[in-house]
Design a protein around this ligand. Sequence first.
Ligand SMILES: [Zn+2]
Length: 270
Amino acid sequence: MLDCNARPTASHEEDSGATWDADDEKAQSILSSGPAAFITSCMQPSQGVYQIPDMGISNAYLLDVGEQGTVLVDTGTPGKNQKILSYLTTIGKKPSDVTYIVLTHPDADHSGSAAEMRRLTGAKLAIGALDAPRLSGEKKLKEVGGLGGVMVGVFGAFMQVERTKPDIELDDGSTVGPLTIISTPGHTDGSICVLKPGAAICVGDLLRTDGSGKLQLASPNMSRSMDEVRRSTEKISKLEFSMLLPGHGKPIESDASKRLKAFVANGFRE
Ligand SMILES: [Zn+2]
């Protein structure tokens, strides 16, 4: 079972007072300290699915895809590179084992560390085709109206995301090694889910779980279209997976597709 409550035994940032900025020197010093500094906190290695611990407000995951390496799904807010590198070491991997970085959508709390992680790992960076211009800076990173727009403005003042052109633009049915990409618009126009067949689905901000672990749809204030969110949720409820890995909240660790089908049948409520 996943144990998401455990935390690392030590944090390099807290111990050293280091800044959030990662660079090569810091990456090396983190890696040379070895895995003993951290315990593995949230993983299901038999399925090749790992949640990177202690990432703050949003979740990021590592999916082991065998000979094709390891795929990082989402990167958290800006400055999370050290956390990700440290956890890679904990599970016995090197930065160069990360072959792809897949972003479920370009919001700052998911794409924040993407450009730096690409530099540190040499991985290819992939995102849904319709969201690519937002990551690259051709369009605004996020556009929503009402209260969401105000929140984005405040958030954006504190969280500067380095814009970068992705290496790969993903569409519905694209593959990343053995992973399948499902186009699930609604939260953003180009939002995607990442399916590790039979095992897990990373849903980004299409769905979240609340404090008690209950499933919820994307935040209406922060989403482009709730009608599309509902259609996209119905779409993925037809797939089979045991774990559902949301961008926010606790992952669902087992029987997730069964729970999602019941959620949809119950009017998108648990
Ligand atoms: Zn988010």
